[in-house]
Design a protein around this ligand. Structure first.
Ligand code: NI
Length: 141
């Protein structure tokens, strides 16, 4: 048996969104989503924690080279989100209401397929504000 170690890297991005359902009128959206559906949208300073797990490599002692993980996720994920409009600018969010719940699920598939085979993605944690946090473990109901 080899030890299983969890490694977390935190990322930051700023983005705007308007939470609304395009099938509903502005009035209906206002009743359900309140100020989150204001037509001009609003912004958040998001924090994204990415946790992977694996066994320390015999030669390096690393589960994963965090520097490489950082570069890869910055390039492939954060650059697509940072200073963007989540309703219109992000290909992997097209057709979804850009709530943090939908964002974190979309991020899971996007990040999981970037990782080397020796590590597994075990948790994403998305902070929309310092008080509102969303977690996803890849589970389905
Ligand atoms: Ni919001």
């Amino acid at each position: 048996m080899k030890p299983k170690v969890y490694v977390t890297r935190k990322f930051h991005f700023s983005a705007s969104h308007r939470v609304y359902n395009p099938m509903w009128s502005d009035e209906e959206n206002k009743i359900i989503f309140g100020k989150c559906s204001n037509p001009g949208g609003h912004g958040h300073n998001y924090e994204l924690e990415v946790t992977v797990a694996g066994s320390p490599d015999t030669h390096t002692g690393y589960v994963i080279d965090i520097g490489k993980l950082k570069e890869m996720i910055e390039k492939e994920v954060i650059e697509q989100l940072d200073h963007r409009n989540l309703n219109t600018d992000v290909p992997f969010l097209q057709g979804r209401i850009p709530s943090s719940e939908n964002l974190i699920v979309a991020l899971w598939d996007h990040i999981a397929c970037l990782l080397p085979p020796e590590v597994e993605l075990v948790r994403l944690r998305l902070w929309e504000t310092p008080r509102n946090c969303f977690e996803y473990y890849g589970e389905k109901l």
